[in-house]
Design a protein. Structure first.
Length: 128
């Protein structure tokens, strides 16, 4: 079942993911301004336009499911094919948040193992 409702998409997360791929592979920044977003549910494609082409817009695959459109070496748009698969990937790989990292620093101490001295007394030979 393809994505049917564009309003239910986490567009920031999708664009952030694609931006990392684009900038890593092309070493060209992805524009920050979005002027158009369209979804083709039957084809499972998300289309994002950043700029209108001034002359001739050409497209090429960047990865199997990401196609970049450029005009005069400026990124004008991109298409994400197999959107459902990308969304599953983004929801299954959760990045640890800063708050989680802070909480992990304050974990309780691990219990002693059988090889460690289990007597918490400052005087090991006197019972507490």
């Amino acid at each position: 079942m393809a994505v049917q409702d564009i309003l239910k998409l986490n567009l920031k997360k999708i664009i952030r993911h694609v931006k990392n791929i684009v900038e890593k592979n092309l070493e060209v920044p992805l524009p920050n301004k979005v002027i158009e977003i369209a979804i083709e549910p039957e084809l499972d494609i998300l289309f994002i336009r950043f700029n209108k082409p001034e002359k001739t817009e050409t497209g090429e695959p960047l990865e199997p499911n990401i196609h970049i459109f450029t005009d005069n070496q400026k990124i004008t748009a991109l298409e994400i094919h197999n959107l459902k698969n990308l969304l599953q990937k983004l929801t299954s790989t959760k990045q640890p948040t800063k708050q989680n990292n802070i909480n992990n620093k304050h974990l309780p101490p691990t219990p002693p193992t059988s090889n460690q001295n289990q007597n918490p007394s400052p005087h090991p030979h006197k019972p507490t």
